[in-house]
Design a protein around this ligand. Structure first.
Ligand code: ASP
Length: 307
């Protein structure tokens, strides 16, 4: 089976079979990651540019590492030192990269829809590495891989996502993937950060955190996206933490074997306590490890599948 997408802009159009293809391919690449020398020739001669207009630690590094392990030319375009800082538009930047024959642009941007715009101006592939509060499909795929590894299957799992849903591209992509795979999704946050639009996806909206965690198999905590807040959504961070922060007492509301996830970066002491973030139920670093395998799988499926 092949991936029938030229670009990866959203998880919404992915079928259950396509998600399984990505996760199975990622699983098979984990063997390469366990070798003493992590290098395969699979994508030799291909080029991947990471073009990040917003900060990143995990996503950019893992895409760059994934491309390098697979022997592609991996180029990180430092946006602050590029002509973007002189006012060059995204369209002209993408046209320039296309003229150089770049095979894949991995794009992060503060504007929702920027990767879709970029996709109109390249003959290569565009991967959305997070656009505004729209989507972050590769994060959701690594989250789904982590859940599948930890719980065996995703269908029927009770997944509770807590925090700043309004501004979360991670939650939006996860909700599509989880509903396609048949999980029961509960979304929890203060009313101001819990938009009713999510009900259309079949998710349950529950502003009370203790009730939202009751019976959860998977808890996904989200960061407050202060960089996307242009108004007052919360009375204060301390109150938010008291009502929605995950600590050991609150974790006890979930199933005894529930796992705790977080896409990072973590605000320790705000949405999650140290004891939970570093505790035995936390799979936060498994998510990071799976991020590398998932990004290798996506580059392979987009750029290397035919040979
Ligand atoms: N790293 C994720 C993102 O870029 C989550 C976050 O920043 O809170 O969306």
């Amino acid at each position: 089976m092949k991936l029938h997408h030229q670009h990866i802009l959203s998880l919404r159009p992915f079928s259950a079979e396509e998600i399984a293809l990505v996760l199975d391919t990622a699983e098979s690449f984990k063997e390469i990651l366990s070798r003493p020398i992590r290098k395969v020739p699979t994508l030799r001669g291909r080029s991947v540019v990471t073009l990040f207009y917003e900060n990143s630690t995990r996503t950019r590094t893992s895409f760059e590492l994934a491309a390098k392990i697979m022997s592609a030319e991996a180029i990180n375009m430092a946006v602050a030192q590029s002509s973007a800082a002189k006012g060059e538009s995204l369209k002209d930047t993408v046209l320039t990269l296309d003229a150089m024959g770049v095979d894949c642009i991995v794009l992060r941007h503060s504007s929702s829809g920027a990767p879709a715009l970029a996709a109109q101006h390249t003959r290569g592939h565009v991967i959305n590495a997070g656009d505004g509060f729209h989507e972050h499909p590769t994060q959701a795929l690594l989250d789904l891989l982590t859940m599948r590894q930890q719980k065996g299957q995703i269908e029927g799992l009770n997944v509770t996502i807590v925090g700043d849903l309004l501004h979360s591209r991670v939650a939006r992509s996860n909700v599509w993937g989880l509903s396609t795979l048949g999980a029961n999704v509960t979304l929890c946050g203060p009313h101001t950060l819990l938009p009713p639009e999510f009900e259309q996806t079949g998710a349950r909206l529950e502003p009370n955190c203790d009730r939202a965690l009751d019976g959860a198999d998977v808890i996904m905590m989200l960061r407050l996206q202060n960089e996307r807040m242009d108004g007052v959504y919360l009375p204060g961070v301390r109150e938010y933490s008291a009502l929605y922060g995950l600590n050991a007492r609150r974790l006890a509301k979930a199933k005894p074997d529930a796992i705790v996830m977080h896409p990072g970066p973590i605000n320790r002491g705000v949405e999650i306590s140290d004891e939970v973030a570093d505790g035995e139920r936390s799979v936060i670093l498994n998510q990071v490890e799976n991020g590398l395998a998932v990004r290798m799988a996506l580059l392979y499926l987009l750029l290397g599948g035919e040979e």
